[in-house]
Design a protein. Structure first.
Length: 228
Protein backbone atom coordinates (compact mmCIF):
# COMPACT_ATOMS: atom_id res chain seq x y z
CA UNK A 1 0.00 0.00 0.00
CA UNK A 2 2.84 2.35 0.88
CA UNK A 3 4.53 1.68 -2.49
CA UNK A 4 1.25 2.34 -4.29
CA UNK A 5 0.89 5.68 -2.54
CA UNK A 6 4.46 6.60 -3.48
CA UNK A 7 3.85 5.61 -7.12
CA UNK A 8 0.65 7.67 -7.27
CA UNK A 9 2.46 10.65 -5.75
CA UNK A 10 5.28 10.43 -8.33
CA UNK A 11 2.80 10.14 -11.20
CA UNK A 12 0.91 13.16 -9.91
CA UNK A 13 4.07 15.25 -9.69
CA UNK A 14 5.17 14.24 -13.17
CA UNK A 15 1.74 14.94 -14.58
CA UNK A 16 1.71 18.36 -12.91
CA UNK A 17 5.05 19.29 -14.48
CA UNK A 18 3.98 18.08 -17.89
CA UNK A 19 0.67 19.84 -17.53
CA UNK A 20 2.51 23.13 -17.18
CA UNK A 21 3.90 22.87 -20.71
CA UNK A 22 0.66 22.65 -22.66
CA UNK A 23 -1.92 20.32 -24.09
CA UNK A 24 -4.06 19.34 -27.07
CA UNK A 25 -7.30 17.51 -27.76
CA UNK A 26 -10.76 17.56 -29.26
CA UNK A 27 -13.82 19.66 -28.47
CA UNK A 28 -17.56 19.59 -29.09
CA UNK A 29 -20.10 22.26 -28.32
CA UNK A 30 -23.16 24.31 -29.09
CA UNK A 31 -23.40 27.88 -30.37
CA UNK A 32 -26.39 29.93 -29.25
CA UNK A 33 -28.18 32.20 -31.76
CA UNK A 34 -31.40 32.33 -33.76
CA UNK A 35 -31.86 32.87 -37.50
CA UNK A 36 -35.44 33.84 -38.34
CA UNK A 37 -37.36 32.63 -41.37
CA UNK A 38 -36.82 35.06 -44.27
CA UNK A 39 -38.49 35.78 -47.60
CA UNK A 40 -36.24 38.02 -49.70
CA UNK A 41 -38.21 40.30 -52.05
CA UNK A 42 -37.89 39.34 -55.70
CA UNK A 43 -39.83 42.30 -57.11
CA UNK A 44 -41.35 39.95 -59.69
CA UNK A 45 -44.98 38.71 -59.48
CA UNK A 46 -45.22 34.94 -59.03
CA UNK A 47 -41.59 34.56 -57.88
CA UNK A 48 -40.90 33.78 -54.23
CA UNK A 49 -38.05 32.48 -52.08
CA UNK A 50 -38.36 31.39 -48.45
CA UNK A 51 -35.54 30.36 -46.14
CA UNK A 52 -36.55 28.40 -43.05
CA UNK A 53 -35.47 29.38 -39.56
CA UNK A 54 -32.88 27.59 -37.44
CA UNK A 55 -31.53 27.90 -33.91
CA UNK A 56 -27.88 27.65 -32.98
CA UNK A 57 -25.18 25.44 -34.45
CA UNK A 58 -23.35 22.29 -33.46
CA UNK A 59 -19.58 22.59 -33.03
CA UNK A 60 -16.77 20.08 -33.45
CA UNK A 61 -13.04 20.83 -33.55
CA UNK A 62 -9.66 20.61 -31.90
CA UNK A 63 -7.42 22.74 -29.71
CA UNK A 64 -3.79 23.28 -28.74
CA UNK A 65 -2.43 25.44 -25.93
CA UNK A 66 0.96 26.40 -24.48
CA UNK A 67 1.17 26.88 -20.72
CA UNK A 68 4.91 27.43 -20.43
CA UNK A 69 4.99 31.24 -20.69
CA UNK A 70 4.98 33.20 -17.41
CA UNK A 71 1.72 35.00 -16.55
CA UNK A 72 -0.17 34.08 -19.73
CA UNK A 73 -1.25 31.02 -21.77
CA UNK A 74 -1.47 30.86 -25.56
CA UNK A 75 -4.27 28.89 -27.20
CA UNK A 76 -5.49 28.13 -30.71
CA UNK A 77 -8.54 26.09 -31.67
CA UNK A 78 -10.14 25.28 -35.02
CA UNK A 79 -13.79 24.33 -35.44
CA UNK A 80 -16.54 23.50 -37.86
CA UNK A 81 -20.04 24.64 -36.85
CA UNK A 82 -23.31 24.23 -38.71
CA UNK A 83 -27.04 23.57 -38.81
CA UNK A 84 -29.78 22.82 -41.34
CA UNK A 85 -32.59 24.91 -42.82
CA UNK A 86 -35.14 24.54 -45.65
CA UNK A 87 -35.02 26.47 -48.92
CA UNK A 88 -38.25 26.93 -50.93
CA UNK A 89 -38.49 28.63 -54.34
CA UNK A 90 -41.28 28.93 -56.89
CA UNK A 91 -41.96 30.85 -60.11
CA UNK A 92 -44.17 30.69 -63.19
CA UNK A 93 -42.48 27.48 -64.32
CA UNK A 94 -43.37 25.71 -61.09
CA UNK A 95 -42.01 25.07 -57.62
CA UNK A 96 -39.25 22.86 -56.33
CA UNK A 97 -39.51 20.44 -53.45
CA UNK A 98 -38.11 22.02 -50.26
CA UNK A 99 -34.36 21.53 -50.01
CA UNK A 100 -33.13 20.59 -46.56
CA UNK A 101 -29.89 22.48 -46.81
CA UNK A 102 -27.22 23.61 -44.39
CA UNK A 103 -25.42 26.64 -43.05
CA UNK A 104 -21.80 26.06 -42.06
CA UNK A 105 -18.77 27.98 -40.84
CA UNK A 106 -15.13 27.04 -40.28
CA UNK A 107 -13.46 29.07 -37.55
CA UNK A 108 -10.02 29.58 -36.02
CA UNK A 109 -9.66 31.23 -32.59
CA UNK A 110 -6.41 32.68 -31.19
CA UNK A 111 -6.68 33.31 -27.45
CA UNK A 112 -4.57 34.77 -24.66
CA UNK A 113 -5.79 33.51 -21.30
CA UNK A 114 -4.74 33.81 -17.67
CA UNK A 115 -5.42 31.73 -14.58
CA UNK A 116 -7.85 33.49 -12.26
CA UNK A 117 -8.08 30.90 -9.53
CA UNK A 118 -6.34 27.57 -8.84
CA UNK A 119 -7.58 24.66 -6.76
CA UNK A 120 -6.06 21.41 -5.53
CA UNK A 121 -8.47 18.47 -5.43
CA UNK A 122 -7.71 15.00 -3.99
CA UNK A 123 -6.85 12.49 -6.73
CA UNK A 124 -6.69 15.29 -9.29
CA UNK A 125 -3.41 16.95 -10.20
CA UNK A 126 -5.15 20.31 -10.31
CA UNK A 127 -8.04 22.48 -11.40
CA UNK A 128 -8.27 26.13 -12.31
CA UNK A 129 -10.56 28.84 -13.58
CA UNK A 130 -9.18 30.96 -16.42
CA UNK A 131 -10.35 33.94 -18.47
CA UNK A 132 -9.11 35.64 -21.61
CA UNK A 133 -9.83 36.85 -25.09
CA UNK A 134 -8.42 37.16 -28.56
CA UNK A 135 -8.86 37.24 -32.32
CA UNK A 136 -10.83 34.91 -34.60
CA UNK A 137 -11.30 34.24 -38.33
CA UNK A 138 -14.24 32.64 -40.13
CA UNK A 139 -15.21 31.27 -43.53
CA UNK A 140 -18.98 30.74 -43.76
CA UNK A 141 -21.57 29.87 -46.39
CA UNK A 142 -24.16 32.49 -47.40
CA UNK A 143 -27.89 32.13 -46.78
CA UNK A 144 -29.85 31.75 -50.03
CA UNK A 145 -31.02 35.06 -51.57
CA UNK A 146 -32.57 36.32 -54.81
CA UNK A 147 -29.20 37.18 -56.36
CA UNK A 148 -28.03 33.61 -55.77
CA UNK A 149 -31.20 32.08 -57.28
CA UNK A 150 -30.98 34.45 -60.27
CA UNK A 151 -27.45 33.29 -61.05
CA UNK A 152 -28.34 29.61 -60.62
CA UNK A 153 -31.28 30.00 -63.05
CA UNK A 154 -29.15 31.69 -65.69
CA UNK A 155 -30.66 35.12 -65.04
CA UNK A 156 -34.30 34.09 -65.67
CA UNK A 157 -36.16 34.16 -62.34
CA UNK A 158 -39.59 34.02 -63.97
CA UNK A 159 -39.24 31.04 -66.29
CA UNK A 160 -36.13 29.21 -65.07
CA UNK A 161 -36.58 25.56 -64.08
CA UNK A 162 -36.63 25.38 -60.25
CA UNK A 163 -35.67 21.70 -60.32
CA UNK A 164 -32.19 22.71 -61.49
CA UNK A 165 -31.48 24.64 -58.29
CA UNK A 166 -30.69 21.72 -56.01
CA UNK A 167 -28.00 20.32 -58.31
CA UNK A 168 -26.21 23.69 -58.60
CA UNK A 169 -26.70 25.08 -55.09
CA UNK A 170 -23.89 23.21 -53.37
CA UNK A 171 -21.29 24.33 -55.90
CA UNK A 172 -22.51 27.93 -55.67
CA UNK A 173 -22.20 28.05 -51.89
CA UNK A 174 -18.74 26.50 -52.00
CA UNK A 175 -17.62 29.12 -54.55
CA UNK A 176 -19.14 32.09 -52.71
CA UNK A 177 -18.08 31.69 -49.11
CA UNK A 178 -17.85 34.74 -46.83
CA UNK A 179 -14.63 35.67 -45.02
CA UNK A 180 -14.87 37.50 -41.70
CA UNK A 181 -12.84 38.20 -38.57
CA UNK A 182 -13.62 39.43 -35.08
CA UNK A 183 -12.82 39.28 -31.39
CA UNK A 184 -13.94 37.13 -28.49
CA UNK A 185 -13.96 36.80 -24.72
CA UNK A 186 -14.00 33.53 -22.85
CA UNK A 187 -13.89 31.94 -19.44
CA UNK A 188 -13.49 28.32 -18.50
CA UNK A 189 -13.00 25.65 -15.89
CA UNK A 190 -10.10 23.25 -16.40
CA UNK A 191 -9.51 19.89 -14.67
CA UNK A 192 -6.80 17.35 -15.11
CA UNK A 193 -6.51 13.78 -13.90
CA UNK A 194 -2.89 12.75 -14.38
CA UNK A 195 -2.41 13.22 -18.15
CA UNK A 196 -6.12 13.65 -18.95
CA UNK A 197 -7.08 17.28 -19.58
CA UNK A 198 -10.70 18.51 -19.51
CA UNK A 199 -12.18 21.98 -20.07
CA UNK A 200 -15.65 23.47 -19.95
CA UNK A 201 -15.53 26.87 -21.69
CA UNK A 202 -17.99 29.65 -22.37
CA UNK A 203 -17.08 32.06 -25.19
CA UNK A 204 -18.73 35.12 -26.68
CA UNK A 205 -17.72 35.98 -30.25
CA UNK A 206 -18.10 39.50 -31.66
CA UNK A 207 -18.10 39.31 -35.46
CA UNK A 208 -20.14 40.59 -38.42
CA UNK A 209 -21.22 38.62 -41.53
CA UNK A 210 -21.03 35.14 -39.98
CA UNK A 211 -24.43 34.59 -38.37
CA UNK A 212 -27.16 36.29 -40.46
CA UNK A 213 -28.54 39.47 -38.87
CA UNK A 214 -26.34 39.13 -35.78
CA UNK A 215 -23.14 40.81 -34.64
CA UNK A 216 -22.18 38.12 -32.16
CA UNK A 217 -23.07 34.82 -30.51
CA UNK A 218 -22.24 32.73 -27.47
CA UNK A 219 -21.04 29.14 -27.33
CA UNK A 220 -20.29 26.45 -24.76
CA UNK A 221 -17.56 23.92 -25.55
CA UNK A 222 -16.44 20.74 -23.79
CA UNK A 223 -12.82 19.76 -24.37
CA UNK A 224 -11.11 16.47 -23.66
CA UNK A 225 -7.42 15.99 -24.36
CA UNK A 226 -3.96 15.41 -22.92
CA UNK A 227 -1.43 17.54 -21.09
CA UNK A 228 2.04 17.47 -22.65
Amino acid sequence: MRNLKIALFIMTVLATNLFAIGGFGLQVGQSSFSVAESSPESGIPGVSLTNGSFDGAYVVGGYLYIDAIPFIDLEVDANIRGNKYDINFENVAGSMDPINFGWASTDIYYTLRKKVFGLSIPFLAGAKIHAGGGYNTHVSTPIADIEMITELLGGDLTNGDPSALEDNLVNYLEDNTIDASGFHFQTGLQFKLLMLDTFLNYRYTIVEDVVPDASGYGSINLRIGFGI
